[in-house]
Structure formats: C-alpha cells, structure tokens
Design a protein around this ligand. Structure first.
Ligand SMILES: *Cc1c(COP(=O)(O)O)cnc(C)c1O
Length: 393
C-alpha cells in the first residue's frame, strides 16, 4: 500500500485538484515546479538555515518522565511548541515563502480561521519583505482580536470576509477569488495539508522535518529510530502529516490520529470528521468532510479553534479508509483535563489542539515498554482565555 501522494495527486481515492478553470494556471505552475524547486541545493540550504536560526530547530524530543510514570508507558513529546510563533505552522510558511520567491511572486495571500496561520504567514512575509494579505471571516476577526493585532503589527493587511457564515470557509473563498484575479504575481499560502494537489503533498513535505528529527533523536535516546506509536491531533492534518511522514511505510510503527469530538461525536457539536465525514469536495480536493444529506458542509465545533474544521486532509482520509491509522475522538472536557494535567506533571502549558492528543492516555492503555511519540503541536499562551474560563482560574 502506498500512503504518499501518487503522480496524479491522489492518496488512494482522495485528493486531486477540483478547482475552477480560472485557477488552473496558478495551480498547474505550482504542480509542475514544486518538486524541482524543493530539490534545489540552494533551496534546501536556505530552508534548513531558516529552520535552524529563525525557527529554532531542531525542536527537542523530550522524554516526559512524570507523564510516563502516571500512564505506565514511555511517552516522548516532540516540542513544536518551542518553535518561533509557538507551533508547527511556521515550518510550512517558511517553506512556502521560499517557494513563492523562487517562482518570482511578490504578493502573498492566505486565509485564516483562528488567526494562527495568518500570524505564521504575516511573520514570514515580514521576514522576506513581501506584501501580505490575510482573509479572515468577520466573525473570526471579532473573536480573535489578539491574532488580528499580531498580524497588523507584522505588517499584514487583514481583509474581512463578509459573506456566508463569515468564518473560515468564507475567508477561503475570498482568498481563491483574489488568486484568480492576481494569477501572475501572487502566491496563496495554504495553512494545512489540504487544498488542491500539490498543496497537501507540499505542506506535508515541509512539515516532514518533524519526523525526520524524531528518527535521529529517538535513535540517540532509545537506540532505535522507530517508536511503537506516533500520535498527533488533526485539524486539517499538517502537524500529523509531518509527524507520520517518515513512518508511514514502517510496518512496526502504529499511527494514532486524534480528532476533536467537541461536545461528543453524536451531539451535533463536533469536528470528528473520520467518524461523521462522507466523501465530498472541500477546498479543492476530494476528502472526508462533514456534510448534510444534500451535501451542504456542516459547521464544525470544537473548543479548540485549530481543530474546528469540517474536513481532514486527503492523506488522513486515506489513512482512515485503509485502517493504517487508528482514529480517536476526544471531547472538549477530556482535552481540557489532559491539558491541565500536562501543566502540572511536566510544567508545559499546551495548546488546546495539542491537549486532544494528550487525552488518549486516559482512553486507552499502552504496554510499559511501548515508546510513544506525541506531537506537541503548539503552546497554550493563545488559549489562556479559554483555559481561564473553563477552569474558572
Ligand atoms: C493549527 C493548529 C493545529 C491544527 O492544524 P493541523 O494542520 O491539523 O496541524 C494543531 N495544533 C496547533 C497548536 C495549531 O496551531
């Protein structure tokens, strides 16, 4: 079984590029060039240099002693929370801004929901001196004020999406409209392992530095490159794709994907796409997405803004369908409890997205000698308000 993208842009039956005809030249240019650009020694050198000196990589692989003791197994945390800007998203935006420059683009657009991807994009645009326009739903602008302020300080223009539910999918529509109108000088930085081919594969390759590092770091600490399990939370699926990438075809490494069950998988307020999703088309690719009987996209819900997405990337749809990955759904309450537990056992305040991945240890048992690597996708500073309200701190 192949878990990587094939030459047609598919992961099994998922993926492809379902785009309006007017977008075809932009996506096709990227498709033709992305692999050769990424293979240029010059590109690799600049990417690695920035990951090291600007992002702060390699991120540590930390053996969580007290957490391991509590669950009677061996838990390692891959510390993406220690990256500049506080999460894994910067790995992808660094890669894509270098790609944009190699393609001769001078203007960057992005969509953002909670604002995390918008901030990571505005950051690299400032770094490279490129114009940055971030589309964001009007509702999200109102509820994510600190990230809007960050983007503005970094020099980005934040444009409200005023149509529909005025959230992420409307911001995405605005970004696509912009790209159609500015095909020559503009690159669209998509923030997760989603979108039309080649985006899911390109984003996955930029994020694959995570599993590349895990291999040699685990070798140093455990004497073996392969853990028994790799675990990550899934919104669109970029930190997960990067964490799994170098283990996808290693038979002895089991994969666990953690989705947000919100108030419960059957509550109608959830984002557990692998359970509730049906095949459909979202953001230009065929994947699993939550939809009504007549194909309208269902509004997802999760306490964590980054997991509040109605689909999953096509790689993950394929991993679910083939059974390569075990999918688990974690509720708001389970995640919040696990987040607080990490604070008190390890002195690390995780992003609420990440807390979902940590919650699996209450749900399922592992053997004492199992080695489990969890992607600690981001830090919790951005979520302090939610933690304060939830725990009445
Ligand atoms: C955005 C985000 C996620 C979800 O995005 P993926 O593309 O699924 O990785 C997870 N964790 C954190 C900290 C995030 O900021």
């Amino acid at each position: 079984m192949n878990y990587n993208v094939n030459e047609k842009g598919y992961y099994g039956e998922f993926g492809g590029a379902f785009i309006p005809e007017m977008l075809y030249p932009n996506v096709e240019e990227l498709r033709q060039k992305y692999l050769s650009v990424m293979a240029e020694p010059d590109f690799i050198k600049e990417f690695n240099q920035l990951l090291k000196d600007y992002v702060g990589r390699p991120s540590p692989l930390y053996y969580a002693k007290r957490l391991s003791k509590k669950y009677n197994t061996k838990i390692y945390l891959k510390r993406e929370d220690l990256n500049h800007t506080g999460a894994h998203k910067i790995n992808n935006t660094i890669g894509q801004i270098l790609m944009a420059k190699r393609l001769g683009k001078t203007r960057i657009i992005a969509e953002t929901g909670a604002g995390q991807h918008g901030v990571a994009t505005a950051t690299v645009c400032a770094l490279m001196g490129l114009e940055c326009i971030v589309y964001m739903g009007e509702i999200d602008i109102a509820r994510q004020a600190p990230n809007v302020a960050r983007m503005k300080m970094l020099g980005a223009k934040v444009v409200p999406a005023l149509s529909g539910s005025r959230t992420l999918k409307d911001a995405t529509n605005e970004a696509i409209r912009d790209w159609i109108n500015n095909p020559v000088n503009t690159h669209y930085i998509i923030g997760s392992a989603i979108g039309p081919h080649p985006y899911p594969d390109m984003v996955t390759r930029f994020q694959s530095v995570i599993s590349e590092e895990i291999k040699w770091q685990l070798k140093e600490q455990e004497g073996t490159e392969n853990p028994d399990y790799v675990v990550a939370c899934i919104g669109g699926g970029s930190n997960a794709a990067g964490t799994y990438y170098h283990f996808l075809h290693e038979q002895d490494v089991k994969i666990i994907a953690v989705e947000a069950a919100g108030l419960g998988v059957d509550s109608g307020e959830s984002a557990a796409t692998s359970v509730l999703g049906k095949e459909g088309i979202i953001h230009g690719c065929k994947t699993l997405l939550m939809q009504t009987k007549d194909g309208q996209i269902t509004e997802p819900y999760s306490i964590s803004a980054g997991l509040d997405y109605p689909g999953v990337g096509p790689m993950h749809a394929h991993l679910a369908k083939t059974g390569r990955a075990e999918f688990m759904a974690i509720t708001d309450d389970e995640a919040m409890t696990a987040g607080l537990e990490l604070c008190q056992l390890e002195g690390i305040i995780p992003a609420i997205e990440t807390s979902h991945a940590l919650a699996i240890f209450e749900q399922r048992t592992f053997k004492p000698d199992d080695v489990i690597v969890v992607s600690l996708s981001g830090r919790g500073d951005k979520d302090l308000d939610t933690y304060i309200k939830y725990f009445k701190l």
